[in-house]
Design a protein around this ligand. Sequence first.
Ligand code: NAD
Length: 273
Amino acid sequence: MSDASASDDRIRVAVLGAAGRMGTTVCRAVLAADDMELVAAIDPPHEGERLDDFGVPGTGLTIEMLSPSMKKRADPQVAVDFTHVEAARGNLRWCGMNRVHAVVGTTGLTGSDLTDLGALFDGERANAIVAPNFAIGAVLMMHLAAIAAPWFESAEIIELHHDNKRDAPSGTAMLTAQRMAQSSTEWNPDPTETHTLEGARGGDGPAGIRIHSVRLQGLVAHQEVLLGTTGQSLTIRHDSYDRTSFMPGVLLAIREVGQRRGLTLGLDSLLGF
Ligand code: NAD
């Protein structure tokens, strides 16, 4: 397993999904970090194109596929995956088998995927950090929602994203509901008896917490957790206005993944919660 913690060496980072919205933002963040080196830009649909042409100038990197020759030349210590869930499954298998630590932001991974990743990233071959939301404010929102949950009888989550998001509900909304359900099992039943419009009450999430997904042009990533009890309600809201909001969390994960043995879910433990 590579040691991504060496303080005198820059961490060698490959970005998977390098031509995408998140991937280009990660490339720029890695380039701006003194302790990291961008060694490979992976994005098979754009193989052979120059990373410069995707708004990441000056690297001289050509976009490529995961391959033995890339591994030999670039020798990445950490791979950061912001792709699509079907692609991420294959990419992460490659990382595990090739002893490359993984930082995973791709959403839509199932419980069974996470079980597989736990076996693959066993702390011997390599480690992985998987987080559905790398924005520190969103991690705090989930943490605060779990603290608040036992004091309220009803809760609903509204997640709002840009109109190109392919999965619903968001991984953040699911994880928030799971954390709240673990924190309290005493929730009022849904009072709805008739649905004039199917789906009007949103998805039936963990512990019956309803999750509503909004997709709207102009948005980035936003979420409200609504909690109600007698005569009062509490709203916890987080807004990511720009994809740079995720970068401090991604860089933290790149720096930490070499020391966090096995599979780490979420950023909570990295932030000391
Ligand atoms: P995007 O469609 O803009 O980018 C995805 C990129 O992956 C594309 O360039 C595509 O060509 C590439 N790709 C496809 N197959 C690939 C493969 N096998 N290997 C490497 N690259 C491949 O999507 P996006 O908006 O950048 O979002 C990417 C993912 O990140 C989504 O799952 C999204 O939900 C998630 N996301 C997570 C966070 C977080 O904080 N965890 C934040 C924002 C977005």
